[in-house]
Design a protein around this ligand. Structure first.
Ligand SMILES: [Zn+2]
Length: 212
C-alpha cells in the first residue's frame, strides 16, 4: 500500500479545511503521529469512520448551513471539498443515486460495468461507494490501454460508460466505442455518474419490454 501527503489524504476524504484539527483527531486515535507529513492509504476507511463521528462536512449552500445546526450535534462543522462530500446534501444525493443505480442495474441484469475516464479521486470514490452487487472496472483515461486489454473489458462488461469531460484521452476512449451497450456522460460528479447509469439501465429494461 502506498502512502500520501496528509493534506491530499484529507481532501480525498472530502475535508477542505480544519486540517490541523483533523490531524489531531487521527493522532489521538493512533492512526498517525502529529509530526508525520504522510499517511498510509490503508488507513483511509478507518480514518473516514473516525472523522465522521466528530466532524460534519458542509458545502456552501445556505440550506445546508441551516440544516447543519440541527444535524451536527457535537460534531465540528468543516468545509466540504466538493458538493458530494457535503454531509447534508451531497451524502443524501449520492446515496439516493447509488440506490437507484443498484435497483435499475439489478432489473437490467447488469452486474459488470466498465467506466472509462474520471479522475483518480473520483475512481477512489466509486470503488468505495459501489453497491455490493455491482462490479466496476475503472479504466484510467490517461494511461495507455492496449487493444487486447480493451477487448477484454468489452467482453467482460455488460455496459460501458464513456466518462467524457473528465481526464480521458481520445485514444483511450476510441478503444471502447465498439461496445455493444454503451453510453456517454459529460459531467464530473460521481453522483451524476450513478444517476446516468441508472437511466441507462432503466432504458435497457424498457427496450427489453419491461425486463422480467
Ligand atoms: Zn450541501
Amino acid at each position: 500500500m502506498s502512502d500520501m501527503a496528509k493534506a491530499d489524504f484529507l481532501l480525498m476524504l472530502g475535508y477542505a479545511d480544519h486540517h490541523e484539527e483533523l490531524n489531531r483527531a487521527l493522532a489521538e486515535a493512533r492512526l498517525t503521529r502529529l509530526d508525520k507529513p504522510r499517511i498510509n492509504m490503508d488507513k483511509l476507511e478507518r480514518a473516514e469512520a473516525l472523522l465522521a463521528g466528530s466532524f460534519l462536512r458542509l458545502c456552501r449552500r445556505g440550506d445546508c448551513r441551516l440544516a447543519a445546526c440541527a444535524l451536527a450535534g457535537s460534531r465540528t462543522l468543516v468545509g466540504a471539498a466538493s458538493a458530494e462530500a457535503c454531509g447534508v446534501c451531497g451524502g443524501q444525493a449520492l446515496s439516493g443515486a447509488r440506490g437507484r443505480m443498484a435497483e435499475a442495474c439489478a432489473r437490467a441484469g447488469w452486474q459488470r460495468l466498465c467506466i472509462v475516464g474520471g479522475s483518480p479521486n473520483s475512481r477512489m470514490e466509486i470503488s468505495r461507494s459501489m453497491p455490493g452487487a455491482l462490479e466496476a472496472r475503472l479504466v484510467d483515461g490517461t494511461a495507455t490501454r492496449s487493444l487486447k486489454e480493451a477487448r477484454d473489458d468489452l467482453e467482460w462488461a455488460q455496459h460501458v460508460v464513456i466518462w467524457a469531460g473528465t481526464q480521458l484521452d481520445h485514444r483511450v476512449s476510441t478503444l471502447y466505442l465498439g461496445a455493444a451497450s454503451r453510453s456517454t456522460l459529460a459531467c464530473r460528479s460521481v453522483q451524476k455518474l450513478f444517476a446516468h447509469i441508472a437511466v441507462a439501465a432503466e432504458r435497457r429494461v424498457e427496450q427489453a419490454g419491461g425486463g422480467a
